[in-house]
Write a protein that binds this ligand. Sequence first.
Ligand code: 5GP
Length: 206
Amino acid sequence: MNNIYGNLLVLSGPSGSGKSTIFKMLKSNCENISFSISSTSRLPRDGEVEGVDYYFISKEEFEFGIKNGDFIEYAEVHGNYYGTSKRVLNEAIVKPNNILVLDIDVQGFLQLKNEYKKYLTSIFLTPPSKAILKQRLEARATDSTDSIKGRLLNALNEMIEIDEYDYLLVNDDLKETYQKIEFIVGSMASKSSLIDTEKFILDWNN
Ligand code: 5GP
């Protein structure tokens, strides 16, 4: 098939829904897949690595980046800035068959949705219930009680926009959820909006 563009796969959902685990599984099983490393003004958690999990920058540096037009989208989540590099995204969409995975929140997705519609496939991933999300966040032990409260409230607020996503996946069984995501990723390359349909018709007619 004559694909002329790359794919953008947006994975949104509360932290604790399994997004990073799913991404690691995708990365080890699929070719041509990469992760958009966001910049954030939040402090690194234990084990997080600069340039792998995020680019950790100061609030001032982030605000400079906003003024400079470095971010294609950004949002303030839990009092910290998070944003996606315009350059990385624009490079990804001109690489045929490439998949760039974006772990961004609902506000960020809504900023991209219209302009990048033809490249985008979007999934909202959630744990089965608020109670289970709370358990997972407590077990992770990386957030204070206040931060967990904020994350639970934020999760509920984000759900109001679920209808904007192509897929809603409830992650109660990691293996099953991953299989569904693999199917979605497998079919993304056949989106007609990513294909040079004029050339396809010409070739087909010859
Ligand atoms: P965490 O602090 O748990 O790493 O991330 C908090 C939230 O920020 C998550 O919902 C995550 O999807 C979102 N996030 C991470 N990077 C970006 C980004 O570049 N843009 C936007 N809009 N949200 C992001």
